[in-house]
Design a protein around this ligand. Structure first.
Ligand code: FES
Length: 169
């Protein structure tokens, strides 16, 4: 025979259902962006996009600069990864070279060390020469390079709309 539940048992049962429901909502909120990022490459190759990263006059010849840009077509789950960056060096009056900021080992952002003229990865000690080739450490391939062009005095780099660099080099 079923006994009548007390007020405390009713409250406990209600709170347990409420916490399970809220836990499910939180898990969905956290999981949807992750699943979206994992499965988005399955929905076709990302289209590449030219992005303006500054005026021609912003970059001195011989300098290597960190440039930032936002994804113009962000996925709803992108969050802060909608902001991305690249290393841009001006070799001479007309020629630039640009690299993804992400290490080709596990994707950590690399730093440019001007005095050594090397890109250094803080995560596992990966090192790249200034042309993007691997100098030392675990990176399996050279840095991902982006095409660069100048249009109406603006420097543009050719990158993918996804917030995560595709390692294709
Ligand atoms: Fe750069 Fe591992 S992520 S060396």
């Amino acid at each position: 025979m079923k006994q009548k539940e007390t007020g405390a048992e009713n409250r406990r049962r209600f709170l347990m259902k409420l916490s399970l429901g809220l836990g499910g909502v939180a898990a969905a909120a956290a999981g949807i962006p992750v699943l979206g990022a994992l499965f988005s490459p399955l929905f076709g190759k990302a289209e590449q996009t030219w992005r303006t990263v500054g005026s021609l006059h912003d970059f001195a010849i011989g300098s290597t600069n960190l440039v930032t840009y936002d994804n113009p077509d962000p996925k709803p789950w992108a969050g802060v990864t909608v902001h991305s960056a690249a290393w841009l060096r001006r070799d001479d009056e007309k020629n630039f070279i640009a690299f993804s900021v992400n290490c080709t080992h596990l994707g950590c952002p690399v730093r440019w060390e001007q005095s050594a003229e090397l890109f250094m990865c803080p995560c596992h000690g990966g090192v790249y020469y200034k042309d993007g080739t691997v100098a030392a450490g675990p990176p399996p391939k050279r840095m991902v390079q982006y095409a660069v062009r100048v249009r109406r005095g603006q420097v543009q780099i050719h990158t993918e709309p996804l917030p995560i660099t595709h390692i294709t080099a």
